[in-house]
Design a protein around this ligand. Structure first.
Ligand code: SF4
Length: 229
C-alpha cells in the first residue's frame, strides 16, 4: 500500500455525497478500529446502573481515571440512591474534592439521588426519555448508561467522538445532538456503544485534538483528514 497523500489544511474533509457512500466509507474505518481496539470498553468502573450513572455525571470536566479514584470510597459510604440522597453535603464534598468543581458535583449527586427516589422509586430507568428528566443527566450521560448498563445501543458524542467524526467526514455538526442524529444514520445500530468506545480510545491514544499522530496512525491510508494541520 502506497504512502498516503498529504492533504491541505481545510475545515472539513471530503466525503461521499450519498448516505450509502458514507456508510461504506465508515465501514472501512470501523473495520480498522475493530482490528486495533478489539477490547475497548467503558473506562468508568461500576457494578450496576446506579454506579455508572453517578460515575458518568462525575466525569464532566475531569478524567475517567480520576473518577475511578474516588468512586470506591463514594460507593462504600453511599451505595444507593437512598443513602446518597441524604448524604451530608460536606461529606460528599470531601470525597469528591480531587475531581474539582466538588461543591457543584456534591449538590448534583444529591439532586440526582433525590430525583431517582421521587420519580423512579430509586431504580435507574432504562429509557433515554426517562433518564434525561433526571437532574444533571443529558443525552450523553443517558446513552453511556443505556449502552453499558442495559445493553441498549447508544451513541455518546463526547469531545473525542465529535472531533473524530468530523475528521472522518461522518458529520459536519459541532452540536452533539445534531451530530448524534447524523451518526445514527451511518453507523450500524447494534454496534453503537462499542464503536464509541473504540473512537474514544483512538482519540485518546492517536488522533489527539491538537496534534493528531497521523504518521503513526493505523487509519492513515483510509482517513480523509490524514495530515491535517
Ligand atoms: S490521526 Fe490523522 S490519520 Fe489518524 S484518524 Fe486522526 S486525522 Fe486521521
Amino acid at each position: 500500500m502506497g504512502q498516503p497523500k498529504k492533504s491541505r489544511s481545510r475545515r472539513f474533509p471530503p466525503r461521499p455525497r450519498s448516505l450509502a457512500g458514507r456508510r461504506e466509507q465508515a465501514a472501512s474505518i470501523l473495520d480498522r478500529l475493530a482490528e486495533n481496539y478489539p477490547d475497548s470498553a467503558c473506562a468508568l468502573v461500576h457494578r450496576n446502573a446506579f454506579e455508572l450513572l453517578v460515575a458518568t455525571v462525575l466525569s464532566a470536566q475531569t478524567t475517567d481515571a480520576r473518577v475511578n479514584s474516588v468512586t470506591p470510597t463514594l460507593f462504600a459510604h453511599f451505595p444507593d440512591p437512598t443513602t446518597m440522597a441524604s448524604a451530608p453535603l460536606e461529606v460528599l464534598e470531601e470525597i469528591l474534592h480531587p475531581l474539582g468543581f466538588y461543591r457543584a458535583k456534591a449538590r448534583s449527586l444529591n439532586g440526582l439521588a433525590n430525583g431517582l427516589i421521587e420519580r423512579f422509586n430509586g431504580v435507574v430507568p432504562a429509557t433515554l426519555e426517562e433518564l434525561i428528566t433526571l437532574p444533571g443527566v443529558g443525552r450523553k450521560t443517558a446513552n453511556v448508561v443505556l449502552g453499558n448498563a442495559f445493553g441498549i445501543p447508544g451513541i455518546t458524542v463526547d469531545t473525542h467522538v465529535g472531533r473524530l467524526s468530523r475528521r472522518w467526514g461522518w458529520t459536519r455538526e459541532t452540536d452533539p445532538v445534531k451530530a448524534e442524529m447524523e451518526l445514527a444514520k451511518i453507523l450500524p445500530q447494534p454496534q453503537w456503544t462499542t464503536i464509541c468506545h473504540r473512537v474514544i480510545d483512538h482519540g485518546r491514544q492517536v488522533c489527539h485534538s491538537r496534534k493528531p499522530a497521523c504518521l503513526e496512525c493505523p487509519l492513515a491510508d483510509i482517513c480523509p483528514s490524514f495530515d491535517i494541520e
